[in-house]
Design a protein around this ligand. Structure first.
Ligand code: MG
Ligand code: ZN
Length: 224
């Protein structure tokens, strides 16, 4: 194997990435200003594919029972499946299809909130693209960030992705009903969670049944 010393273009790549992240942070601040101006609490919901982000949002909507005063931005590569599932709960939904992009960014969310009618909305959930890597690096301007993982993802999810879990205000372990079948010890994941992010509550849920949903709403300081 030949080792090639990095030259100009590679340094340029790093600069470009720094620039991209800085631009995103500025746009996130703009989004936050807009949310604050409209008195909207925005929640970024991150987590891997199949962890149950949509099911969790549906369960939160059901419990909140606020109809169209809750909005949801559903981020997905190409489908509208999540948006349709969320619509069943009576929330106002807008879909962002990112194409090949593996995360939402503040620019996309800014465009969505421009197109969406936000009047009368008190709470806005933003379902990020299913991915435990880059969404953490792209704040969207949300007030709180939830990271969802599930028992079916095995015992190492938290320790393998410490960066995104450190960004979380709430850490959710979903599909708690399947822990036994998966031979998974939730207490070990909770220990990892405490180590990585001692401030964030670690909440065990079964989104389908509604277990743990009131705890999430309490930790987000919503009245139920
Ligand atoms: Mg989903
Ligand atoms: Zn990405």
């Amino acid at each position: 194997m030949k080792v090639v010393k990095p030259k100009g273009p590679e340094i340029f790549d790093i600069e470009l990435e720094k620039d991209l992240l800085a631009k995103n942070r500025n746009l996130a601040k703009e989004n936050r200003k807009r949310f604050d101006h409209l008195k909207i609490t925005a929640i970024d919901v991150m987590g891997s594919i199949g962890s149950g982000k949509t099911s969790l949002i549906k369960a939160l909507l059901k419990k909140l029972n606020m109809g169209e005063s809750v909005g949801v931005i559903a981020g997905d590569l190409t489908t509208t499946i999540d948006a349709e599932r969320i619509r069943e709960e009576g929330a106002r939904v807008i879909q962002i299809n990112t194409g090949k992009e593996c995360h939402l960014d503040a620019h996309l969310v800014g465009q969505a909130i421009e197109r969406m009618s936000l009047s009368g909305i008190d709470i806005l959930f933003i379902e990020n693209v299913g991915n435990l890597i880059c969404p953490g690096e792209f704040p969207l301007g949300a007030h709180k960030r939830i990271v969802v993982t599930s028992t079916t993802e095995g015992p190492y999810t938290l320790i393998k992705h410490p960066y995104i879990f450190r960004q979380a205000d709430v850490i959710v372990l979903n599909k708690i009903d399947l822990a036994k079948a998966m031979k998974l010890n939730p207490s070990q994941l909770e220990k990892d969670s405490r180590k990585i992010n001692p401030q964030a509550p670690f909440i065990r849920t079964n989104a389908i049944k509604g277990t743990g949903i009131p705890e999430i709403l309490r930790s987000l300081k919503f009245k139920t």
